[in-house]
Design a protein around this ligand. Structure first.
Ligand SMILES: C[S@@+](CC[C@H](N)C(=O)[O-])C[C@H]1O[C@@H](n2cnc3c(N)ncnc32)[C@H](O)[C@@H]1O
Length: 365
């Protein structure tokens, strides 16, 4: 069985979370780096990873590695790579080059050599039947590594969140918070009182029902030459057959704004979990006075912060959220004390470039 050298990109800080998720899918991690993991996987595992991994950003497959101290070496090394065995003839090709601590450091000149060997172009005005693909060429200490992006649009673009508010959490991060905190295996009801586009509860409901994360979208690898479409269809059918029925205990997604609730509902419908979540308009500063409030609440949330809220309102909101029996939050580090809660654990990561912290208490994560 031929194996692929995979590099699984994840948000910095989430490496262990992604490694744990990969272990649950029987994907063997070879090495853990910063912002990524290397793994040796089969073709069917590449498909499985794209369908089910929730916390990873993308997957690259290494197709060549050689030493190159000059353009002659570069060209010779590139010619050894069977690009035509990977990429369809009529495809568009992006080439992303990075260079550090190497004699060859002119990225434009490197790209030119690569394009001359691969003989694929990219005109955004043209519709390529073989899809759009990206080659990553990395020169580091005179070693050239050539990888091909298997994913296409990043994995946090699940396909169902076409409506959102001003500060949505990435789907991959929402999934990571649920997995890292232990909320994803919590037997009872989960509540997000500041749900925005509904991302956290939608991810939670999909996980509880074993719905594949990648079912609402396509991937770059589907157009690769060695991919067997029948194998992919078989995997999709098997994953669909594994989906559990609707949740008996519905999750709760609430927001102060009615228009956000409407967007969250539309997203949940596209994600196939509309019936698994109760959507309500409500003020989270009154969480424990509300009709479904009270002790015993398991809250997973990404509350508003910064310019969107006055400092006093933020403190009042966080204080109320801090009263939940079980709590998993993502928020800036500086605002964690406002919850007035002793957290069991925290984890530093970033949400689309913004430094944030996960914090959890009383879940069995
Ligand atoms: C950071 S956003 C949440 C984003 C969400 N995780 C998503 O993916 O779209 C914070 C949300 O809290 C809501 N919000 C602000 N104050 C609130 C309050 N007092 N009670 C309930 N929701 C509130 C905002 O309307 C906004 O949708």
């Amino acid at each position: 069985m031929s194996r692929l050298a995979a590099y699984i990109v994840t948000a910095p800080g989430l490496e262990q979370v992604t490694a744990a998720e990969m272990a649950r899918l029987d994907l063997k991690v070879v090495d853990l780096g910063v912002g990524g993991l290397t793994a040796s996987i089969t073709w069917s595992q590449l498909m499985l990873a794209h369908l089910h991994l929730r916390t990873a950003t993308r997957i690259l497959i290494r197709i060549g590695r050689f030493e190159a101290s000059g353009f002659g070496d570069l060209q010779a090394g590139l010619k050894e790579i069977p690009f035509h065995e990977w990429l369809p003839k009529r495809c568009a090709l992006n080439i992303s080059v990075s260079a550090s601590a190497s004699r060859l450091n002119h990225t434009g000149a490197i790209e030119e050599r690569v394009r001359a060997v691969v003989r694929r172009s990219y005109d955004p005005a043209y519709e390529y039947e073989g899809g759009v693909h990206t080659l990553h060429v990395r020169m580091s200490r005179n070693i050239c590594t050539v990888s091909i992006d298997a994913t296409g649009d990043p994995l946090y673009q699940r396909g169902w969140r076409t409506e959102s508010g001003p500060a949505p959490i990435r789907e991959t991060l929402a999934a990571a918070l649920l997995q890292w905190s232990g909320a994803s295996t919590h037997k009872g009801v989960l509540t997000d009182p500041c749900c925005g586009a509904g991302t956290i509860m939608i991810e939670a409901a999909q996980m509880a029902r074993r719905m594949p994360a990648g079912r609402n979208r396509s991937f770059a690898f589907e157009n690769w030459m060695p991919v067997d479409p029948a194998q992919w269809s078989k995997l999709l059918a098997a994953s669909d057959a594994d989906v559990r029925g609707p949740l008996k205990k519905k999750y709760v997604a609430r927001d102060l704004k009615g228009d956000m609730i409407a967007k969250a509902q539309a997203n949940a419908e596209r994600a196939g979990v509309l019936d698994d979540i109760v959507f309500e308009v409500g003020d989270a500063t009154k969480l424990f006075n509300g009709p479904t409030g009270g002790a015993g609440l398991a809250v997973v949330t990404n509350p508003p912060y910064g310019e969107r809220l006055s400092a006093a309102n933020q403190r009042a909101l966080y204080l109320e959220l801090g009263k939940a029996e079980r709590l998993a939050v993502v928020a800036p580090t500086s605002s964690l004390p406002s919850f007035k809660r002793e957290f069991d654990d925290t984890l530093a990561t970033s949400n689309g470039g913004l430094a944030v912290q996960f914090a959890r208490v009383a879940f069995s994560g």
